[in-house]
Design a protein around this ligand. Sequence first.
Ligand SMILES: [Mn+2]
Length: 353
Amino acid sequence: MITLKINKVPTLFIKAFTSADVRVIMEFVRDASAFYSGTTNQVLFIDTPITPATVEAVGKLQLERFRVIFRDHHGIDGQPSNDREKQVLASTAKLQQLLGDDCHITVRRLHPACSTLVSVGEFADAVAIIADPDADGLTAAMKAAGISYAELDEDAAKLDGEPQFQVSGTPLSQLLAKGIAVIPSYDASRPHDREIAHQKLFADWLKAVSGNEAARKRLEGKTLEYEQAVEVARDLARAAKLVAPGVLLVDVADKPLYDPGTLNATLEANSNCKITVVRKSLGPIAAIHGIQYSLSVAKPYQETISLYEFLPSHFKSDPEAGIISNVSFLLHTSEEIWLNYVLPRMQNTNSEL
Ligand SMILES: [Mn+2]
């Protein structure tokens, strides 16, 4: 669980998917409220995924007489094209029904960063803020609580964009982007390391934006780690193998820390590459099955190639079963699913790829 006090406003960074997540949000806001000495009853949700669990948390907070304000840019742009998007639409309608004018859900095309949905200090007197645990959620929550700087909106849009743009903002913003790139992957043998690194990074960046030199120095140390990770990523990309038409596989299992953004951009720059596959020894499926394969469709092909075609029919997204996928262009599988379903199907559908 990542939490910060931003300009005195208790802020929880979380993606709510389960009833346990709803409980975490409720307890966080109740605690914040117990210590609150301001004059509002506002709880801001910003950049948080629009899920049934989020809707549940919002409804429960209202029952406890909090005024929830919801601002986000993950609305569905146009017609929903799959079940997940239909679910987002349904949850959006419920939030609008619960919150009326306090619900502002827009789309990324109009608001590339959530910081553009709040003014500086608009929620400086809120009881609590609930935000997405990424750079966009952090920058938006900071601005809402009253900690900002001139280029924050432009930086936030880059930080929330494609990997190659994430490190292209101001020097301050680059410290955050590079720090995020070198947060270690989830390792089941050291389950808290990732979260601790994430918490430290957010805390240091908040301090650095507020002018703290020691925090800034710590973050600059991370950028050296990042430069090394970029070099490792380039080496790994050079060793990629074409395993099916249009499918490039890289084995990063037990390799040193690499920058995923550089790895992906380098692979996708190859004109033969439509799907990238990364074989890893870390991650939620690797934690259960030892090894995981993380697949991603290159941007130009995301509308035309669905990774679901390579899975058993009626698959369920479930780490125990060796499959995690929420969108058709990203997929994580166990080695068993990869070898028995995905790879053979990719090798047999060469005309389509
Ligand atoms: Mn966002």
